[in-house]
Write a new protein. Structure first.
Length: 118
């Protein structure tokens, strides 16, 4: 059995066991038919990560990848992307340093100017 077929069967079981949904066909549109709503979609991504032991980067997927069991099976059976392909997010930048600072009573004060002596 190929990886995609095994992934499809594991997804069918996951849907039945955790989401209590029996999907009639691997190609049925889960969103258009209303089988899945937006909250269930988030749960599904978490369940897939747990079941298949791999993180699904939100930047790496399209909504169409989540529309059917067949597309989901293709997604989870594809080789994982290396960590370097993930989008990096800066930890601190100029915009953060200009944020208002909390005052003793909890109110926000004006942003402090940094002294930039040369």
């Amino acid at each position: 059995m190929c990886d995609r077929t095994v992934a499809l069967e594991r997804l069918r079981t996951l849907f039945l066991r955790h989401l209590h949904l029996e999907v009639p066909s691997a190609d049925v549109d889960l969103l258009e038919t209303g089988l899945l709503d937006s909250l269930q979609l988030v749960d599904l991504l978490l369940l897939i990560e747990e079941e298949f032991g791999r993180r699904i980067s939100l930047e790496a997927i399209e909504l169409d990848d989540l529309r059917s069991l067949a597309r989901l099976a293709q997604l989870v059976s594809a080789p994982a992307q290396p960590a370097s392909a993930a989008r990096t997010v800066p930890i601190c930048d100029e915009a953060q340093s200009a944020q208002p600072e909390p005052m003793r009573d909890g109110a926000l004060g004006a942003p402090r100017e940094l002294n930039r002596r040369g």
